[in-house]
Every structure is written in structure tokens, then in C-alpha cells.
Design a protein around this ligand. Structure first.
Ligand code: SAM
Length: 328
């Protein structure tokens, strides 16, 4: 393995793949109220095309893959993609980020096809609020069942991603934290980022420091190591708790200097950074039969185009594609 690096010598070993831009939810912080335009089916990469990209990326040193979206589980036949990626010996971690609604129905098949673990996005423990935040008629219980099924299937640790928003769910921080003690949940609190298509005037976030301040009411947190993964979260737990609390602070204390990832959009663009609109097209070259050596060159080019850090502090907000296409 050669080891892929960007122009700042950051090792790049992680590929996040948006398998679809479709989602069964319309979360207020992720999508505009009116919804988003959908990429035409013919423009979405096939599973074989995604496999070809992962294979080339793996030869360059990518060894971790995460499936995301949109909602990955609304794309039919996802186990087929998992099985394909599972054939690549040097990929040693395949995970998925999901809203959990369909997880209970598919979990056994996904595990059987090689999925190692899941992160489930869940921003509230209150049934009515769940419908408001997700702008959907699905039930909170659908997600809770998905989480329980994933745990029973052994997709551990199931990490729960909570985007904390002022005046919307920041009064639930302690309830989520209690789940780490009472039920061994692994909860990660995430600062809300501005997203393309979601009004930046209305954008506000609760900082990790503010979240930590709230948590002081429950006792003293002790640092702990993540059970799996080496992503941007910093982990803590309350003494004697089976679960953990992670903090992800893309705004108040960005972790760009440790960024190790590239993103593949549902329509086959390689995206060097979530928060910048630079992209490199792989779909057309793939469909023109580009040889693997050229594909690898494009992947290296994308790595080299990674900016040193995002520019939110300078007022440069993401433009263009919604998070559902880029893959959050
Ligand atoms: N549908 C899947 C889900 O809900 O997990 C995968 C796609 S979603 C875009 C991936 C992750 O991005 C979720 O954990 C979501 O909370 C996060 N996300 C979306 N918009 C965000 C924002 N504005 N700020 C922070 N995280 C965001």
C-alpha cells in the first residue's frame, strides 16, 4: 500500500460514499422546507461503478468506507454493494450512517453482507418533536426499534448522532446523556453546521462548550477512548457508565487539520471537503472506460485539492449542493 496524502501531508484513508441523494426524512437542518431536486437515476453511480472507485481508492491506501446519503437504506439492494466492497481485502472497516427508520427491516441482511457498524442520527427523544424536526410522519419508535435491532444484530457500537440546535432540542442534552448511563448508549453531540439550501440567516448552533456546561449537572465526565474508529469526536463518559458521550465541534474547534477523508457523491463526483464546493467528476471517466491508473490519478488530484481548513469563520458558507447529495 502506498498511502494517500494530501498537499498538507495529511494521510487520507477514509472514503464516505453517498449512495443516493434520496431521503425519507426532511430534517430541518439538512434540507430546505420545499425539499430538493433529485438527481436523475441514470446519473447515479451503479453499485459496480462505486465498487470500481473503491477498488482504485483502496489501491491508493483508503481502508475505511462509510455508506451515507441521502438515506442509504432507501436505495434498493444495498447488501449487494456491501458484498462487493467486502471483496476488497484492504478495506477493513465498512460502516453506515442512517436515520434508522428502515434499519430494523434490513439489519440482518446488512450484517450478513459485511456491514460492521452503524451510526444512527436521532435528534430528539420526544415523539411529537421528532415529527417536527424530521418534517415527516414517521415515528420516533421506528428509529428506536432500528437502534435496538442493530445492537441485537451485533453492529456494535451503535453510535447515536445528535445535532444540537438552540431552542429546538438543546433542552434534551441531559436526557440523551442519561441514556449513556442507564442504557449504555454511545451518544455524540454535533454542532450544527450551515448547509447549502438551508437559510444561513437562520443558522445557529450550540457549541460543545455550552453542551459540556449543561452536562456538569449530571457529574464529572472522564475522558475515554473510542471503542472503534479514529474520527473527529472526542469521547468521555460518566463514571461507571457503560456508554459514552462524544463531542464533534466542526464550528467552535474545527478538526480540519486531522481530516482524513474524501467524499464520493451519489452522482460520482469526488469531493475533497464537505464544506467547499470543489468537485472532481469520476462518472464520465468511469463510463468512458478510463483505466484504473487514470482513475487513481483523479483520486490523487482530489486529495491534493483538499483545503487546509473550512472557511466558515471567514463567512464562506457552503453553496450549491444540499448535504443529501454530498453525503453528510
Ligand atoms: N440519512 C442518513 C442520516 O440521517 O444519518 C445519512 C445522511 S445525513 C446527511 C448524515 C449525517 O449528517 C447525519 O448524522 C446528520 O445529522 C448530519 N447532518 C446533516 N446536516 C447537518 C448539519 N447542518 N450540521 C451537522 N450535521 C448535519
Amino acid at each position: 500500500m502506498t498511502g494517500l496524502c494530501d498537499s498538507f501531508q495529511r494521510p487520507i484513508n477514509y472514503l464516505r460514499i453517498s449512495v443516493t441523494d434520496r431521503c425519507n426524512l426532511r430534517c430541518i437542518y439538512c434540507m430546505p422546507a420545499e425539499g430538493v431536486y433529485h438527481i436523475s437515476h441514470k446519473d447515479i453511480l451503479t453499485y459496480e461503478e462505486i465498487y470500481t472507485v473503491v477498488q482504485a481508492a483502496a489501491e491508493l491506501g483508503i481502508n475505511k468506507v462509510r455508506l451515507t446519503g441521502g438515506e442509504p437504506l432507501v436505495r434498493l439492494g444495498l447488501p449487494k454493494l456491501l458484498s462487493l466492497i467486502g471483496q476488497i481485502d484492504t478495506i477493513d472497516d465498512i460502516s453506515m450512517t442512517t436515520n434508522g427508520i428502515l434499519l430494523g427491516s434490513y439489519v440482518a441482511e446488512l450484517k450478513g453482507a459485511g456491514l460492521r457498524r452503524v451510526n444512527v442520527s436521532l435528534d430528539t427523544l420526544e415523539p411529537d418533536r421528532f415529527k417536527k424536526i424530521t418534517r415527516s410522519s414517521y415515528e420516533l419508535n421506528d428509529v428506536i426499534n432500528g437502534i435496538e435491532s442493530a445492537k441485537s444484530a451485533g453492529l456494535n457500537p451503535v453510535k447515536i448522532n445528535v445535532v444540537v440546535m438552540p431552542g429546538i432540542n438543546d433542552d434534551e442534552v441531559l436526557n440523551f446523556a442519561a441514556k449513556t448511563v442507564d442504557e449504555g448508549w454511545h451518544v455524540r453531540f454535533i454542532e450544527c453546521m450551515p448547509a447549502a439550501g438551508v437559510s444561513s440567516d437562520a443558522w445557529q448552533f450550540v457549541s460543545v462548550d455550552e453542551i459540556k456546561k449543561q452536562l456538569e449537572q449530571l457529574g464529572e465526565l472522564e475522558p475515554c477512548l473510542p471503542r472503534v474508529g479514529n474520527g473527529p469526536a472526542r469521547y468521555f463518559r460518566f463514571p461507571n457508565s457503560r456508554g459514552s458521550i462524544g463531542f464533534i465541534s466542526p464550528i467552535s474547534e474545527h478538526f480540519c487539520f486531522h481530516c482524513n477523508r474524501l467524499r464520493l457523491t451519489a452522482d460520482g463526483k469526488l469531493r475533497p471537503c464537505l464544506l467547499s464546493s470543489e468537485e472532481i467528476d469520476l462518472r464520465q471517466p468511469l463510463r468512458c472506460g478510463m483505466p484504473s491508473v487514470e482513475l487513481k490519478r483523479l483520486i490523487e488530484t482530489a486529495a491534493n485539492k483538499k483545503p487546509l481548513r473550512h472557511q466558515l469563520a471567514e463567512g464562506h458558507f457552503p453553496q450549491g449542493r444540499p448535504m443529501t447529495q454530498v453525503g453528510g
